[in-house]
Design a protein around this ligand. Structure first.
Ligand SMILES: *Cc1c(COP(=O)(O)O)cnc(C)c1O
Length: 500
């Protein structure tokens, strides 16, 4: 039975708390009468167990990564170590204020500076801004940086090239940055078609924006040649770094010829996401673009050696450390300006910092290696029952097509819904657009063989059902609190208020 609304549980007179009687005299009239409410506020009245059970029940009605496998391709929905949350919730991080004097938040500035350096190392870049709040926001930042670069050289140019497998945020960001998006077709292997790229490159192209591995889960093997073609035309190469989970510690965007890359901290660097954030999409650039980054940049200034004796109450490390101070540098005349208030989403930065420091370089490389082996294992097992349009080996994800099942009346959407009956979140469906009936599967490195095998077995069973009992798949899910939703109605009926 679906959980009742809390409004329906509420009963007049119920309380979720009890306080001792007042032991001081009560005083009226502290607030002038005309400020007082003259009607009851109409708050809910429920007991403590009722409110706890209500929200616990709601939390378990939905699928989430702490509950089960979540192979949502292109999203890197990996399990997030709880220690990240624990440390990000420490008083020293949650109770500082962005208006505090630089001197009093040296630790927070150092954390952000070190995170920026680590991201530069991982991405092969020279400078990073931590301001953007998401991948798409990072794309916009990167595009504005590239625009400022071209503008300073006399012509901002008009066009940005993308491939037909590009994530939907890419054309949207291009448009927002005032550019015209030009799409080129992928070649039959699912990679950048070099001839098509050469065909569109001209003096009016500001940049080529691609993700590597691309959204088909394939590594762009000709990336060095791609970089040459782009740079020969005076354009820049942008990497949508959402798929960095496949590359970390193995190969660096900067070494592949990219000038700009954004990082999705909420994907690769382990922050829970979905449901609207918060996220973080830092942007790394090569030296020639650093002067255009958003202000302020965090920098380090070396001070005169300390003359005073060691101060008591200060850690020995601080007393001994060379006298240097972090500060915020606003003196960037060519900066594109601010992209976010203060420092971006600081809590997400703390989690990424902890994650990177805990794993270290070797650990991050193992993350990528395990993401690759998990995806290839599942792909090999499933390619006999579902069509695999671009044969592997794949990187951290792969795309199947339910075209065989569609002939029997079972669509990709039906397969996705049926998976919910096996306690598995649906994969991404109908993306990338160039694959009909696409099922985009990304297991991530955090899954063990048991959960991969459970998923494989569920997918095999569904393929069998599509042949013999298609109605079972067609009417799925059968075991979830809500059955199939009317998706068209959800888009048309926008007023969801309870009183309606
Ligand atoms: C997720 C994703 C994005 C957008 O990132 P958000 O953080 O969701 O804005 C862009 N490109 C690719 C390939 C992605 O997977």
């Amino acid at each position: 039975m679906p959980e009742k609304l809390i409004f329906e549980i509420s009963k007049k007179g119920k309380k979720g708390y009890s306080l001792p009687p007042l032991d001081i005299p009560e005083r009226d009239g502290l607030i002038p009468a005309h400020f007082l409410r003259n009607k009851d506020l109409g708050l809910l009245e429920v007991s403590e167990p009722e409110v706890i059970r209500h929200f616990i029940n709601l939390s378990s009605m939905n699928h989430h990564v702490d509950k089960g496998f979540y192979p949502l391709g292109s999203c890197t929905m990996k399990y997030n170590p709880k220690v990240n949350e624990e440390i990000a919730s420490w008083f020293c991080f949650t109770h500082i204020h962005p208006f505090q004097d630089e001197e009093t938040v040296q630790g927070a500035l150092r954390l952000m500076d070190e995170l920026g350096r680590d991201l530069c190392e991982i991405g092969g870049m020279d400078r990073v801004t931590l301001q953007p709040a998401a991948g798409a926001h990072g794309e916009l930042t990167g595009l504005l940086v590239m625009r400022a670069y071209h503008k300073l050289r006399g012509n901002p140019r008009r066009k940005v090239i993308i491939t037909d497998s590009a994530h939907g945020t890419n054309p949207a960001s291009i448009h927002l940055a005032g550019y015209e998006g030009v799409e080129i077709k992928s070649n039959p292997q699912g990679l950048v078609d070099l001839d098509a790229l050469r065909g569109v490159m001209d003096e009016d192209v500001a940049a080529f924006m691609i993700t590597n591995p691309n959204t088909l889960g394939l590594f762009e093997t000709q990336i060095l040649e791609v970089a040459r073609v782009v740079h020969d035309a005076g354009a820049l190469l942008y990497m949508d770094g959402a798929n960095l989970n496949a590359l970390m510690g193995i190969v660096r965007p900067g070494d592949m010829g990219f000038d700009v890359v954004h990082f999705n901290l909420h994907k690769t660097f382990s922050t829970p996401h979905g449901g609207g954030g918060p996220g973080s999409g830092p942007v790394g650039v090569k030296e020639h673009l650093a002067e255009f980054l958003p202000v302020p940049l965090i920098k380090q200034r070396t001070l005169e050696p300390r003359s005073k004796p060691a101060r008591p109450g200060i850690s020995e490390e601080m007393n001994r450390s060379p006298a240097s101070r972090y500060y915020l540098d606003y003196e960037l005349p060519n900066s594109i300006g601010r992209m976010h208030s203060f420092f971006g989403n600081f809590g997400v930065l703390v989690k990424a910092y902890v994650y990177i420091k805990m794993l270290g370089g070797k650990g991050l490389k193992r993350v990528a290696e395990n993401a690759l082996i998990n995806a290839n294992y599942v792909m090999e097992k499933l390619k006999s029952c579902y069509h695999l349009p671009y044969p592997g080996p794949c990187m951290h994800e792969f795309v199947l097509s339910a075209v065989k099942q569609k002939e029997m009346g079972v669509k990709a959407l039906d397969v996705a819904k049926r998976l919910l009956d096996f306690d598995v979140h649906a994969p991404t469906v109908y993306f990338p657009l160039i694959v009909p009936e696409a099922l985009m599967i990304e297991p991530t490195e955090t899954e063990g063989k048991e959960s991969l095998d459970h998923f494989i077995q569920a997918m095999e069973q569904i393929a069998g059902e599509a042949e013999r009992r298609p109605e079972v798949v067609h009417n799925a899910p059968h075991t979830t609190p809500m059955k199939r939703l009317d998706e068209v109605r959800a888009a048309r009926w926008l007023n969801v208020s309870y009183l309606e």
